[in-house]
Write a protein that binds this ligand. Structure first.
Ligand SMILES: [Cu+2]
Length: 151
């Protein structure tokens, strides 16, 4: 499991508790989002069959747009339900097929992974208890990703 997703899950839990006391807790504190050089546009995501289409994805260095599912209400970074190769730079109308299908409103994590070893293969192989070989993309403490509902 990615450290960041584990933290996100813990923070999500804490947020749930906090929301009981204050209704306006900033989700920006969750540690995931867009950066200055890496981002995923998550407005107006489109769906055609089992394929999601993101209007713009920017990544520094080749990598992957990856979809992780939510299971039992929490993000599960150990599972991958969709991925698409990205070339370094700006990628437009990026299509990701979700083989299992995805229902409207179903929550997911969409995030970036780097093709560190530049082999063009998606190396989702754990190298320790937190990280996979094709590391999650970070800018500072922000993991480039979003928790969003499927359109
Ligand atoms: Cu990931």
């Amino acid at each position: 499991m990615h450290l960041a997703i584990r933290q996100f899950r813990q923070i999500a839990l804490m947020l749930t508790l906090l929301i009981a006391f204050a209704s306006s807790v900033a989700l920006a504190q969750s540690g995931i989002g867009n950066g200055d050089s890496n981002w995923i546009t998550v407005e107006n995501v489109k769906k055609q069959g089992n394929t999601l289409i993101f209007s713009e994805v920017q990544i520094e260095g080749d990598g992957w747009l990856v979809i992780h599912p939510f299971m039992n209400g929490a993000p599960n970074g150990d599972r991958v339900v969709g991925r698409t190769f990205l070339e370094s730079g700006t990628n437009s109308d990026v299509e990701v097929e979700i083989h299992k299908g995805i229902a409207a409103g179903e929550m997911m994590i969409v995030m970036l992974h780097s093709d560190n070893n530049k082999n063009g293969e998606f190396d989702f192989i754990f190298i320790d208890e937190r990280n996979v070989m094709d590391l999650a993309v970070f800018e500072g403490a922000t993991m480039i990703g979003h928790a969003i509902p499927a359109p």
